[in-house]
Design a protein around this ligand. Structure first.
Ligand code: GLY
Length: 372
C-alpha cells in the first residue's frame, strides 16, 4: 500500500499512516516512555470485537493494557460518560504518567482525548482511528470534546495526542453507512483544499467511489490528501484563530442538522451525512456570498445529493435549526459565520450570513433540483 507518511505537526504529534502504521505504536510508546503508570485502551463494542484483536496482536504494550469500554454512538460523548471513565481510571490506579489509547471512531477519540485532558490535569493519549471519519479528520489535530445535551462539542480542549496511527485496513470493519459518512470529510478536504482532486472525484459517481476497496490507489490518495491537508492546516493554526476554520466547510448547518435529527430521535443523521447536507447549503451560500460560479455550485450539489441521503425538515422546524446554529463556536457578535468557497480550493472564512439567507440555503437543501 502506498500510503505511508509520518508527518510532524507543530504540536509535535506524529501521524503514521499506512499498512504498517500499527507496527509503529510500540516504537512510539517505548521511545517516549509513555504509559509508565499503566496503559488503558478505550474501545466501543464494535471496535472491541473487530479492531482490538489486531491491535493487541501488533502491539505488546496494548496486549498488556486495561480495556475501558463505552457504548458506541454520539450519546456516549457526554460529561456523564467522561465522569464514569475518570472514576474507572482512578479505581484502576491510573496516574499522571498513564497513557490512554483511543481505539475507535470520532466519538472514541473526541471523548478519550477529553478524558485524557482532564484526568489529573492531563495524561498522555494516542489515537488509533478505526472509522473513515476518524482517519480522515476527527483523530487528527488535538480537538477533544463532549456534547452538552443536543449541542455538539460545546465543552472541550485543544489537547494534542502523542501520536496518531492510521491503518486503512480497519475500514473493512465499517458498514456502508459509516463509510459514506467518512467520505463526506474526505470530499470536504478536496473541495476546500485541492481543486484538482475534486475534479477527479467528480468523474466518479458517489456509489462507484464508495465501491472502491480501501486499498484501491484512488481511495488511498483521497485519504492521504485529507490527512496531509488537515496536518498542514493544524500546523499553521492549532487553536483555530483563523485558518483552521477552513476545515469547517459544511459544519455550521451540518452540526445544527445533526443535533436536530438526534433530538428528533427519528433516524438520527450520521455526522458525515449532516456535513454533506451542510456542504449543499454552503455551496448555495457560496454562490450568493463569495461568487462561487453557478456551474461549480450545481456540480457540487448534484454530486452530494446523488450520494448522501437527505433529511426532511418541516418548515415549522427551521427556526429550531437556526437556534441550534447560534451555538456554533465560529460565531461572533451575534452573527452566524460560515466557511464558504469562492472556487473549489479557495476557501473563505468568517462570512456572516443573515437568517433569511440561511433559510434559503436550507430550502435549497430540501429541494436541490430547483437550484441553478
Ligand atoms: N474537524 C475540524 C477540525 O478539527 O478543525
Amino acid at each position: 500500500m502506498k500510503l505511508t507518511s509520518r508527518i510532524i505537526t507543530t504540536d509535535r504529534t506524529p501521524v503514521f499512516a499506512g499498512d504498517h502504521a500499527l507496527a509503529s505504536v510500540d516504537k512510539l510508546i517505548s521511545s517516549l516512555h509513555l504509559g509508565r503508570d499503566g496503559i488503558f485502551v478505550l474501545v466501543d463494542k464494535n471496535t472491541k470485537q473487530h479492531c482490538l484483536p489486531l491491535a493487541v496482536q501488533k502491539s505488546v504494550h496494548l496486549a498488556g493494557a486495561v480495556i475501558l469500554e463505552i457504548d458506541g454512538g454520539e450519546a456516549s460523548k457526554s460529561l456523564l460518560t467522561a465522569e464514569r471513565l475518570w472514576k474507572d481510571l482512578l479505581a484502576a490506579g491510573a496516574g499522571r504518567r498513564s497513557l490512554l489509547v483511543n481505539l475507535g471512531g470520532g466519538v472514541v477519540s473526541d471523548l478519550g482525548g477529553f478524558v485524557a485532558a482532564g484526568y489529573k490535569r492531563g495524561i498522555g493519549y494516542i489515537n488509533i482511528p478505526t472509522s473513515l471519519m476518524g482517519q480522515a479528520d476527527a483523530a487528527i489535530g488535538g480537538k477533544t470534546s463532549v456534547n452538552l445535551g443536543p449541542v455538539k462539542n460545546q465543552v472541550g480542549f485543544f489537547y494534542p495526542a502523542k501520536g496518531v496511527f492510521i491503518f486503512p485496513g480497519f475500514q473493512t470493519t465499517l458498514s456502508c453507512d459509516h463509510l459514506r459518512s467518512g467520505m463526506a470529510e474526505i470530499i470536504k478536504s478536496a473541495i476546500v483544499g485541492n481543486a484538482r482532486l475534486w475534479k477527479r472525484i467528480l468523474v466518479y459517481s458517489p456509489a462507484d467511489l464508495l465501491g472502491l476497496a480501501p486499498e484501491h490507489p484512488f481511495r488511498l490518495e483521497l485519504l492521504a490528501n485529507a490527512i496531509r491537508f488537515k496536518n498542514e492546516v493544524v500546523v499553521k493554526d492549532f487553536r483555530e484563530q483563523k485558518l483552521r476554520k477552513v476545515l469547517n466547510f459544511g459544519h455550521t448547518i451540518g452540526h445544527a442538522l445533526e443535533a436536530y435529527s438526534q433530538a428528533e430521535g427519528r433516524n438520527p443523521m450520521l455526522h458525515g451525512d449532516a456535513v454533506a447536507a451542510g456542504m449543499v447549503c454552503a455551496a448555495f451560500l457560496s454562490n450568493r456570498k463569495t461568487d462561487l460560479p453557478t456551474g461549480e455550485m450545481v456540480a457540487l450539489i448534484s454530486w452530494i445529493t446523488a450520494g448522501f441521503p437527505s433529511y426532511p425538515v418541516p418548515g415549522s422546524d427551521l427556526q429550531t435549526i437556526m437556534e441550534l446554529m447560534k451555538h456554533d463556536k465560529k460565531n461572533t457578535a451575534g452573527q452566524i459565520r460560515f466557511t464558504l468557497i469562492s472556487k473549489p480550493g479557495i476557501p473563505r472564512v468568517d462570512i456572516a450570513c443573515d437568517p433569511s439567507e440561511i433559510i434559503e440555503a436550507l430550502a435549497c437543501y430540501q429541494e436541490p433540483r430547483q437550484v441553478g
